[in-house]
Design a protein around this ligand. Structure first.
Ligand code: RTP
Length: 154
């Protein structure tokens, strides 16, 4: 009864440059596969500065914003779309808290990252290996919007 009312969503998951450089792409994909979600698009991509700024436009006023753009454009990222019931919220749980030192063990960030931007004067971004959309609306925007039309061919 409940299942028939549940909606299949899509989320945008991006392995960030530190995750790609550290060889964590397979591990991250594996966690989403084992959970039972469906991979619907994937691409290795060097994100141009303008696209990184568009993706993180809500954070423009943050002191770590320039560092965040440098970080995201510092090497290739792996862009993915994942589909499933409740995938947006579930992916956020699998990923864990933004600051890797606060992220629970068992989460991707909790198990695979330590580097926090909060150790210094907060001008540095957390290097936390992966991004996941924070709402179904943003999932749609990030996958299907003008920005990601460029990097995700469905
Ligand atoms: P994401 O969008 O990448 O999935 O991460 P999130 O929702 O957990 O975090 P958000 O607040 O949207 O921030 C985006 C990315 O900016 C870096 N960040 N650094 N030093 C800091 O205080 C700080 N806060 C955020 C992280 O790379 C974060 O994922």
């Amino acid at each position: 009864l409940v299942a028939s009312m549940e909606q299949v969503d899509e989320t945008y998951i991006m392995v960030k440059p530190d995750g790609v450089q550290r060889g964590l792409v397979g591990e991250i994909i594996s966690r989403f596969e084992k959970k039972g979600f469906k991979l619907t698009a994937l691409k290795l991509f060097q994100c141009p500065k303008e696209l990184a700024e568009e993706h993180y436009k809500d954070l423009k006023a943050k002191p770590f914003f320039p560092g965040l753009i440098d970080y995201i454009t510092s090497g290739p990222v792996v862009c993915m779309a994942w589909e499933g019931v409740g995938v947006v919220a579930s992916a956020r749980k699998l990923i864990g808290s933004t600051n890797p030192l606060n992220a629970e063990p068992g989460t991707i960030r909790g198990d695979l990252a330590v580097q926090t931007g909060r150790l210094g004067p907060s001008y540095y971004p957390d290097r936390n290996v992966v991004h996941g959309s924070d709402s179904p609306e943003n999932g749609k925007r990030e996958i299907g919007g003008t920005a990601y039309a460029l990097c995700l061919v469905m």
